[in-house]
Design a protein around this ligand. Sequence first.
Ligand code: ATR
Length: 281
Amino acid sequence: MQITTATKLVGLIGHPVAHSLSPVLHNSVYQSLGLDMVYHAFDVTPDKLETAIDGFLALGFLGFNVTIPYKEKVYNILESRDAEAQIIGAVNTVKIENGILKGYNTDGQGFIMHMKNLGYSFYGKDVVILGAGGAARAIGIYIAKEGAASIRIVNRTFHKADILAGVINDYMERRIAKASSDILSNADFIINTTSLGMWPDIESNPLKGLTLSKHSVVCDIVYNPRHTAMLKYARQQGCKTCDGVGMLIGQAVRAIEIWLEYSLPKNIWDKMNQEIGKVIF
Ligand code: ATR
């Protein structure tokens, strides 16, 4: 592609960002769709965070993504955030429009888009979420919004699961979520949002030793490795599985849609899957 003065700029801020897959994913989409945009990852130290954001504003960036450790910090310096980002309390996507920064959290939306893409719906379903951190919060809110019948949150630290259940119930204005130590009974979906199984801890499996029902769909948001120990275990027990790469793609698609204000064609998922398949196995 040719970069000109008209090329729109977007990027990622985090610390560190060297291993981020976002530049590969985003730039491949822009190329496939013939979009005159370029995406770059910026490693910004904490003392330069606000200066970097002022820089994006001054340089006319369309927006930017935010990753660890800045999702909450950037949330706190924004003028405006969408309703779900306000409940999640963290943003990973910012749109810049007329000098105003508006924040979104595409973690949950990306996950839901990925599941819909695979033909799954959460409407009326019983869902178990493993973990109660930022990712669980983002995913839990959107699963509730999709009409899940119940959400059980299973977490090493029980009181954090209890807090998250309260946040989801307040958002929905009804009691659909609860903290639980029971992973299995009646679960239509089991979703791991913890870091268990992530490289280099690749042997860890939060479902180890449990007998799974074949009708449970088991999902991992860990994508490195793509085939986690938990997903292999679930497949051995006859369950359908969804890997974390899909959510990664969904987050990127949703961010681009927020920046451009239109929906991307469905076939872009296959292209992104191919690109990511070159770097994640
Ligand atoms: P993220 O933003 O990626 O969700 P986070 O907010 O730090 O990250 O949340 C990490 C989640 O993984 C938490 O639910 C954490 O459990 P605790 O609340 O008990 O800390 C869970 N987690 C991380 N390491 C874990 C481990 N070794 N065993 C079980 N749960 C773990």
